[in-house]
Design a binder for this molecule. Structure first.
Ligand SMILES: *Cc1c(COP(=O)(O)O)cnc(C)c1O
Length: 464
């Protein structure tokens, strides 16, 4: 039963199916597409059993569905136990309630953003697979702020791995930068790129498309192009929906997702397809609302990146969108290939029809600050600016029949500047894990936004 879901294909149709471990190690498919399972598992028969499980136990069940027989159950169990052991909340993902919205707190991992839920697991998985294969890996990632430190915390100090993180120089928050540049392990490299986040993602794609370089330097991916990240994120959609149903009866839920790269919400899409009690996904964006325009008008058109208070969502080209496109095109890889080629050439894709599963909305800077202020004032709940974007869009999309879950994607202490703007003081934005971050010595390189500059940097670091 699980075996059937263990083959992975490319959204562009250019590869023979590969297994789960190869999919994780490869990152991006060699034809430039993204990897997807041949078949989405249907778990409706198992919902009642899953409902009672703790977060790590549920994670075992969900992730096992996508692995087939490649990892033994006790191996997977150990990887998962280790991945969530460093979280500072017993439940891993606590669910609170304020203003008639359930808030799923995804920020209890070591770097205080939802990325930890997948990257702690991916770091452990890489370590295990490399040991099995007697291989090594140079993991590369691009970050709009939070992926970088989460990847670094997932990989630092591990054998057989280096991690290189490209971030847009000067465009992430001070805390986010420090969370990367103050890590001292020798296998960690934080690299500022003189450009935007979209530049760093483009550089990554260019490096991975250079198959000789990729092979010679054993490149691995930590961005949400890596299938393991999506898989690990599916878990909290089931978990949150179950917890809300515990409190609210058996009605299905709608989930609001602060969105940038479409990685988080794509996991929600898969959870829905698997049979999770989720009837609607609400895509929340800041002013960089290319995805909202797609879901409302059918046009996916690249614009300029506007810096906002929610920098981890300052994205115009969402790498995981291609995975969704594959399903929207009726699993027609040739059509996806054509659309991506059109997009590369014209910066624009147009699609007819709509998907009733999705709603969407935008929160402006004013909306974001107003929500942060109001939740603090009225509910004694301090939320970070990304979560505030979600809560603002939740406000625009109330449904009397569907309880609303908003994913809280980061801890407010990561964004003291935004907290200060909203409340007049950054004082409440505290987290013991960040107390010493500004004193710690820091280092990072700065390079031009060119593939050759990144390649040179990696070469010299590895050969050093
Ligand atoms: C990464 C991130 C997002 C966006 O998630 P995507 O998977 O890129 O859509 C939202 N909020 C925070 C705090 C993040 O770190």
């Amino acid at each position: 039963m699980d075996i059937a879901s263990a083959g992975y294909i490319s959204t562009r149709g250019g590869i023979e199916p590969i297994g789960f471990s190869d999919a994780v190690m490869t990152g991006l498919a060699p034809d430039g597409g993204l990897l997807l399972p041949e078949k989405i598992p249907d778990v409706q028969q198992e919902l009642e059993e899953w409902r009672a499980l703790s977060y790590p136990k549920l994670a075992e069940k969900v992730i096992q569905k996508f692995i087939g027989d490649e990892l033994r159950p006790h191996t997977l169990r150990n990887l998962i136990q280790n991945s969530y052991a460093r979280f500072d909340a017993e439940e891993v993902v606590p669910i609170t309630e304020a203003d008639d919205v359930y808030i799923a707190e995804l920020f209890h991992g070591p770097t205080m953003a939802f990325k930890d839920l997948a990257l702690q697991f991916l770091g452990n998985l890489f370590e295990y697979l490399l040991e099995q294969r007697e291989d090594h890996l140079n993991v590369i990632g691009a970050t709009s702020g939070d992926t970088g430190s989460a990847a670094i915390q997932g990989i630092r100090g591990k054998d057989n791995m280096n991690v290189f993180i490209l971030f847009p120089e000067g465009r992430i928050s001070k805390v986010q930068e420090r969370q990367m540049t103050s890590v001292r392990d020798g296998n960690v490299h934080a690299v500022g790129v003189e450009g935007t986040f979209d530049d760093t993602q483009r550089l990554l794609k260019e490096l991975f498309s250079d198959l000789d370089f990729k092979e010679q330097y054993r490149l691995g991916a930590v961005n949400s192009v890596n299938w393991a990240r999506i898989v690990a994120q599916i878990v909290y959609y089931f978990y949150s929906a179950f917890r809300v149903q515990d409190k609210n009866g058996k009605s299905p839920v709608q989930v609001v997702v602060p969105t940038g790269n479409f990685g988080n919400i794509f996991a929600g899409y898969l959870a829905h397809r698997m049979g999770a009690p989720i009837d609607r996904l609400i895509l929340a964006t800041n002013e960089n609302n290319i995805l909202k325009r797609f879901f409302q008008e059918g046009i996916y058109k690249k614009g300029r990146v506007t810096p906002t208070l929610s920098p981890s969502m300052d994205i115009q080209v969402a790498s995981n969108f291609e995975r969704y496109l594959y399903y929207r095109c009726g699993e027609d890889a040739a059509q996806v290939q054509q659309l991506m080629e059109d997009f590369r050439r014209n910066g624009r894709i147009q699609l007819s029809g709509e998907d009733p599963l999705f709603a969407s909305g935008t929160a402006t800077r004013e909306d974001t600050l107003r929500i942060m202020h109001r939740f603090y004032d009225e509910h004694h709940t301090l939320v970070d600016p990304h979560t505030a974007v979600g809560l603002s869009v939740a406000e625009q999309n109330r449904d009397p029949h569907l309880p609303t879950v908003c994913l809280a994607t980061a801890h407010p202490a990561k964004f003291p500047e935004a907290v200060k703007l909203a409340l007049g003081t950054a004082e409440p934005a505290k987290h013991p894990g960040l107390d010493t971050i500004h004193e710690a010595p820091a280092r990072h390189a700065v390079i031009a936004p060119e593939k050759s500059a990144v390649a040179d940097y990696i070469r010299s670091a590895v050969e050093h």
